[in-house]
Design a protein around this ligand. Sequence first.
Ligand code: ATP
Ligand code: MG
Length: 502
Amino acid sequence: MTPILDMAGISVTFPGVKALDKAMLTVLPGEVHGLVGENGAGKSTLIKVLAGVYAPDEGVVSLGDEKHISTLTPNLVHTAGVRFIHQELHLVPHFTVAESVFMGQEISGRFGLDKSTMNARTEDFLRETLNADISPRTLIRDLGTAERKLVQISRALIDGRATLVVFDEPTAPLASDEVDRLFAAIGGLKSKGIAMIYVSHYLREITHISDRVTVLRNGKAVKVFNEVSDQITDPMISAMVGREIAEMFPKKENTSNKKLFEARELSGMGFSQVNFDVAAGEVLGIAGLVGSGREELIDTIYGLLPVTSGSMTLKAEAYNPKRPAKAVKAGVALVPRDRRHDGLVLDQPVIDNINLASLEEVSTVLMEKRGVAKNRAEAMANQLDLRPRNVTMIPRLLSGGNQQKVVLGRWLAKGGDLFILDEPTVGVDVGAKVEIYALIRELAAQGSAVIVSSGDPLELLGLSDRIMVLQRGFLAASHDAKDVNVDSLVALTTGGSSGAIE
Ligand SMILES: Nc1ncnc2c1ncn2[C@@H]1O[C@H](COP(=O)(O)OP(=O)(O)OP(=O)(O)O)[C@@H](O)[C@H]1O
Ligand SMILES: [Mg+2]
């Protein structure tokens, strides 16, 4: 079969980094092609070469019927039928679904805009191609994240000329139940013969939906899997990291049971009468779908949302921070969910970003002691396996996953009595995950209480001592991690019948 896309010998150099080193990628018509690799391996750069954003130093690209194109331009690529689904959404909240889909490509009738045609075509496309039932008249602000993603896809594909769709980490902001809707859409596109490139750190997603997989490491395509099944997960990880990973999760050693944080009959926006506590030395996992109140509970503990009734106690004292700054003062450290927007200063060096939370300590230090800040940042960069290991770089030039590590490093460097980690490994590669899991257990071992909120059941099970499950704003279950498995945890979060394993 002639490939629909053939990229061969592609090299891209940035100042000081060879982002791609004779990389190759071949996509066959109608296939879903997984693209994986550690943070900084060059995935996004390769996608940007295809998009015509970066001109490679060397290499050739054949696209559709066009052979050996020397210069790709965004226009040429679009004409060839390649569409990109970016991570950011860029949708206007007060537009309807159909208005958003046709924005910039409106259909006019004799009397101005032909709204009924645009509505009908939007509804058809969503149903026929993306397997989604969404009214074209709904406002964007009333849609969930997965539905917005489908609108974004519709917008890119409504002209009906797409032959290859590129997804760069499409599920990072999605909860596990929403991922299924995206997969249904991908299934629909596939049945229409559209080829796809799918970039993700979720290896289970990759093996689930890909026909073939290419692994990038240090800018090189080190391996192509032509047959995909669950069996390739381990070889795929080895190819990504260039070594075997023996244990994903660290040992749990929890001895203390001294309560550090307590919530009593706590109610807030989106959750009611929740009771729980966390001890020093303990990791508590919180599971729950979108709408379960999981996000709101976390935001309330951190002082972003108000307590409506009930109470919290931190280190045996009444605790109601009202503002994040007060939470920090009281000894709470939060690694927020939306790290790219919350807190990363893109144009300040990594060293400043890592020291930002500890600023009080650092700023009391005179200029000649700037070495303290540097040492702290360098130690953190080592622990998190930051790439490149250069704390004077600005985060804007780092890959997505390495940006995440910088924000994580900031709070780990600062320390706290209670850590709240909201989706701590979204966008982070498998090798760095192992490091981060070890660090989290280390925090607990040093006497902090840790709350981990995550949509990944494996992560919760591997990391937590106890797991509590929220459902529609109520605490539905609370179990020792060893009494649940992935299936029972998924059943608990979705409200299925089976509870803890016997
Ligand atoms: N504009 C740029 N200037 C300088 N260096 C860059 C630039 N863009 C990317 N890099 C570097 O090129 C390398 C590859 O980055 P890329 O974004 O392609 O990685 P990635 O595989 O997408 O990683 P992630 O999984 O973290 O998103 C990294 O070392 C990164 O720091
Ligand atoms: Mg990337």
